[in-house]
Design a protein around this ligand. Structure first.
Ligand code: URA
Length: 462
């Protein structure tokens, strides 16, 4: 086989065979195919796309280009979730332990943050002792005994994706849907999954601001997974406002601990305001900064249990509430983090001191006008947080775990000019006052509110 003849097939808009796709990906891995030919292939795919069978073959070939976990010996249902990312998105922190509490296995590979959205690993690294660097044997041991680990991306996971991503970046082919699909799924498929649940975010604070585009991506991911033999469901969720009350790192972990505490206000929102019938959630009363987080997290938890085929959505909702109320979810979370090095005595002291400092030294963020808060520009808010050190501009930057923004308002809330809508904590940063002012400008305040808020826009299941 010759790369030139494979290139001709896609250049002419025809379908590639599995063998041709595997030949290309193998050539990327062993460097027998030069970057200029892969770049030409990317451009041909950009113009002609790939059908679902080709996407599935590309995904599988890429996922086999490096090391893979072999979890069959666990004899349990293996599941993970992927989110397309958004401000304040800490759902993974609650989902992994919750699924583990139901006996599922969650080999969660997460990223460090780069750009305006944070990474799960950065959030967890704000706890003393936490490590994501676990040997394969240790990962297996934690999975076996505790049901979940939260590890990091390594250079051995789908290395073909790493090469292709760099080439997509310089050839302006990043946004092609088959390439996005194969890139996301190839990394997840190294986890030997039975099922994957996707949270595709849609709105001003998301990668996809348009519902049709979000649906197209979700549909491609679900159908490609199905073609590859992996069960996959997707929720398309609203991302017009930070998710939950906290945005930052340590404060987001604190929010996740509060979330899973029995009888927490998060639990009460779920118990009192969520009713589920056949995956349809009752309409949300938007009256606190935590509602959106609770609705999205609970919808994902329910979807992850339902995809196993062992629970209806209604049963899943009831059983989660019961494990939550008994303290099992929080206990599982703390247990997993202890296994990954967290010293809870030190962590509790750190959290206590941090909360005291925040109370004393936070800077208020004020409403710029009177009216209804209808939107927050997630990218602008995220970039301002990065300015203060909550995230990275370059991969080698370090993160200040204590920089935090706390929302005191929510979507559609009526506000008066000068009212406090949030607070910023960025000790020792001389720019904090001016950034607090700029944060207030990321919120849109209008004369009328949006009367039709849905947190879950759509559900796609194969
Ligand atoms: N996330 C990925 O991993 N790859 C893409 O191409 C887009 C989002």
């Amino acid at each position: 086989m010759q790369m030139k003849s494979i290139l001709r097939v896609k250049r002419d808009g025809k379908e590639l065979t599995r063998e041709q796709i595997e030949f290309w990906v193998k050539g990327i891995s062993d460097k027998s195919i030069p970057d200029y030919q892969s770049s030409a292939m990317l451009m041909a795919i950009f113009h002609h796309g790939m059908n679902i069978r080709e996407r599935s073959d590309l995904t599988l070939a890429m996922s086999r280009s490096g090391s893979r976990m072999d979890l069959r010996s666990l004899g349990s249902f293996v599941i993970d979730k992927h989110s397309s990312g958004g401000i304040g998105d800490k759902t993974s922190l609650m989902l992994a332990p919750a699924m583990a509490a139901f006996g599922l296995k969650v080999p969660m590979i997460s990223g460090r943050g780069l750009g305006f959205t944070g990474g799960t690993l950065d959030k967890l690294h704000s706890l003393p002792g936490f490590t994501h660097e676990l040997s394969e044997a240790r990962r297996m041991q934690i999975l076996q005994s505790h049901g979940a680990f939260i590890g990091g991306q390594t250079s051995e996971i789908a290395p073909a994706d790493r090469t292709l991503y760099a080439l997509r970046d310089v050839t302006e082919t990043v946004e092609e849907i088959s390439l996005i699909t194969a890139s996301i799924l190839s990394k997840k498929f190294t986890e030997d999954l039975d099922a994957l649940v996707l949270d595709i975010k849609c709105g001003s604070g998301a990668f996809m601001s348009d519902l049709e585009k979000a649906r197209e991506l979700a549909d491609s991911l679900v159908k490609t997974s199905q073609a590859a033999g992996i069960r996959c469901h997707a929720l398309i969720t609203r991302m017009n406002f930070p998710l939950g009350a906290e945005t930052g790192n340590l404060n987001e972990v604190i929010e996740s601990l509060q979330y899973l505490s029995p009888g927490s206000q998060y639990y009460e929102v779920a118990r009192q305001h969520i009713s589920v019938k056949d995956h349809i959630f009752s309409h949300a009363p938007v009256s606190s900064a935590i509602d959106n987080l609770v609705f999205v997290t609970q919808a994902l938890m329910i979807e992850m249990l339902a995809i196993t085929g062992k629970f209806s959505a209604e049963e899943a909702h009831g059983q989660i509430l019961s494990k939550w109320a008994s303290g099992e979810l929080l206990q599982k979370y703390k247990e997993i983090l202890s296994e990954q090095g967290v010293d809870w005595k030190e962590a509790d002291d750190l959290i206590h001191n941090f909360n005291k400092q925040r109370e004393k030294k936070s800077i208020p963020v004020l409403a710029q006008n009177s009216g209804f808060l209808v939107d927050c520009n997630g990218a602008s808010l995220g970039n301002l947080m990065v300015e203060l050190g909550a995230g990275r501009k370059k991969a080698e930057d370090s993160v200040n775990p204590q920089v935090s923004f706390t929302l005191k308002a929510w979507e559609n809330k009526p506000v008066m000019k000068g009212e406090i809508i949030g607070s910023l904590f960025a000790e020792e940063n001389s720019n904090a006052n001016s950034i607090a002012e700029k944060i207030s400008e990321t919120f849109t305040i209008t004369e009328s509110k949006d009367n039709d808020i849905h947190y879950i826009y759509d559900r796609l299941a194969n």
